[in-house]
Design a protein around this ligand. Structure first.
Ligand SMILES: [Zn+2]
Length: 445
């Protein structure tokens, strides 16, 4: 917001006349005032924490307060599926036909040519600066972890995790194809993930040894007490049933730690009975689902000179109906898998609402970028608005969802522990000193 009120200089103040989605308030006694599920609330902030939450009362005039005039407040965002290590390589490694296969090839060449500690660090930190300025409080990133690269990316990740611990909670998931876990290197990778206290994961694909690979990765996770996070079925092949295979394996293993599965695109092109059976298994296995609408819309159904038809997202409404935890996240950002993005979870939510028709009704869909991903990441103190929690809040001038999702909300106020932060975004030129990020396309990969 252009004018930051002096009110934030006080250790104790009120945010009055706000709109807060009822699903983000732990106290369910508040009755929404709008058909969109927004409650009219006054919040008291004291010593950086939320100290009172009451229904708006205009008759009580506090000493220090800010009247939000109905502006919406969200808790800090939670971005549960990103690839910070790949981000911001577009200029040097664009995907010139926009397909998934070219993205894979382009990424491999970029990795071999450019991935040094300082390059990865600077690009990942650039992403964190954007995320922080937009109001994100926690991020899970997948890290490409084949061979010696695991040491490299995990070392950089660890440095950033420590450096940024006061600002953003960072979690990592190793990313390799599942066959890797049948090798000695794969077992060492599981050890490395355990040493770092992070999440075991990988890229599933249909192959004759999938059951064996899944059994092995579940065994490695059980032995090391690790959570799991998979990329599954990121395609439009009706025969791609990795999600159901993951769920079956989890049930067989009686796996108790949290499992998250991202993408699940092919579910949308499978027969109804297959979909119903898979959703049933996913619920039984207690798997959380992540949909990545922006990246899927970009990559899926891409063919040159052909108009795309399929949206690429998974069956989010059907999962929700069966009370399977559903979340939405950024995925890739300005890399060969997605040529755009700015690590802004509001953009993710906005696009998700439009692509997946989450607006009629809005119901509790805003939990998908706040409370639900926080819960799946084991973080019970963020992504919601509750007395006693840190006042990590995002204040919008928009009063209703249509206003919120129609403008970029670049004037949002981001509070961290009750104080406004600088929401200026890093300049792209910050990355110019890196290897050839400003090179001409003629020299690019
Ligand atoms: Zn991904």
């Amino acid at each position: 917001m252009s004018i930051i009120s002096d009110i934030f200089l006080n250790d104790r103040y009120w945010l009055k006349n706000t709109h807060i989605p009822s699903c983000l308030l732990d106290n369910r006694d508040f009755i929404p005032d709008t058909r969109e599920g927004l409650c009219q609330i006054d919040l008291e902030i004291a010593q950086g924490k939320i100290s009172s939450i009451i229904l708006s009362d205009s008759t009580v005039i506090e000493d220090s307060f800010m009247d939000l005039q109905g502006g919406i407040i969200f808790p800090g965002f939670v971005d549960i599926h990103t690839h910070l290590d790949k981000s911001h390589i577009w200029e040097r490694s664009p995907n010139l036909d926009g397909t998934f296969d070219t993205a894979m090839i382009t990424l491999r060449k970029d990795t071999e040519a450019f991935w040094r500690p300082e390059d990865i660090y600077a690009r990942m930190e650039f992403g964190l600066k954007c995320s922080y300025a937009h109001g994100t409080t926690a991020i899970r990133t997948h890290l490409d972890s084949f061979g010696e690269q695991a040491d490299l990316v995990f070392k950089v990740f660890k440095e950033l995790q420590t450096q940024w611990q006061e600002k953003i909670i960072l979690q990592a998931v190793c990313l390799v194809s599942l066959d890797y876990f049948l090798t000695d290197e794969g077992v060492s990778l599981a050890d490395k993930v355990a040493d770092h206290g992070e999440v075991l994961g990988g890229f599933t694909y249909m192959n004759p040894h999938l059951d064996k690979q899944l059994h092995q990765v579940f065994r490695l996770a059980e032995e090391r007490n690790l959570c799991l996070d998979f990329h599954v079925d990121e395609n439009n092949d009706p025969n791609s049933i990795c999600l159901s295979k993951v769920a079956e394996t989890a049930i067989k293993h009686k796996f108790v730690k949290q499992i998250v599965c991202g993408h699940c695109c092919s579910l949308a092109v499978q027969p109804q009975e297959v979909v119903s059976q898979t959703i049933k298994l996913v619920k039984q296995a207690n798997i959380g689902i992540v949909s990545l609408p922006m990246c899927n819309l970009y990559l899926q159904d891409r063919a040159s000179n052909t108009t795309p038809y399929w949206r690429g997202i998974t069956k989010v409404h059907e999962f929700k109906k069966q009370e399977v935890p559903i979340t939405f996240a950024s995925d890739n950002c300005r890399d060969p898998f997605f040529g755009f993005g700015d690590h802004d979870v509001l953009e993710v939510f906005k696009e998700s609402v439009r692509i997946a028709h989450l607006d009629i009704p809005y119901s509790d869909w805003c939990s998908t970028v706040t409370k639900t991903p926080a819960t799946l990441m084991g973080l019970s103190n963020i992504g919601r608005i509750s007395v006693g929690l840190d006042a990590d809040l995002i204040l919008f001038t928009a009063r209703y969802f249509s206003e919120l999702l129609s403008r970029p909300q670049s004037d949002r106020i981001v509070l961290r522990r009750g104080k406004p932060i600088n929401t200026n975004l890093p300049k792209y030129a910050e990355l110019d000193n890196l290897t050839l990020i400003n090179q001409k396309y003629s020299k690019s990969i």
